[in-house]
Ligand binder design. Structure first.
Ligand SMILES: [Zn+2]
Length: 60
């Protein structure tokens, strides 16, 4: 099973081997240095939405 990393700017998917070869951690797709996560950007966004639903508004 392969571990993938996702650019936090453009969601470009790379392997851990590609991550190790990146120059200065720059995304090969969009050339930003926002970094990579094992969680896709889209899933981070939906997780934040779930957290917001637990706010006081939810109790009213
Ligand atoms: Zn990118």
């Amino acid at each position: 099973m392969e571990t993938y990393f996702y650019c936090q700017h453009c969601d470009h998917k790379i392997t851990i081997e590609q991550l190790a070869l990146l120059s200065e951690g720059k995304c090969p797709e969009c050339h930003t240095i926002e970094g990579f996560s094992t969680v896709p950007k889209d899933e981070n966004d939906s997780f934040e939405n779930v957290t917001v639903l637990n706010d006081t508004e939810f109790l009213e």
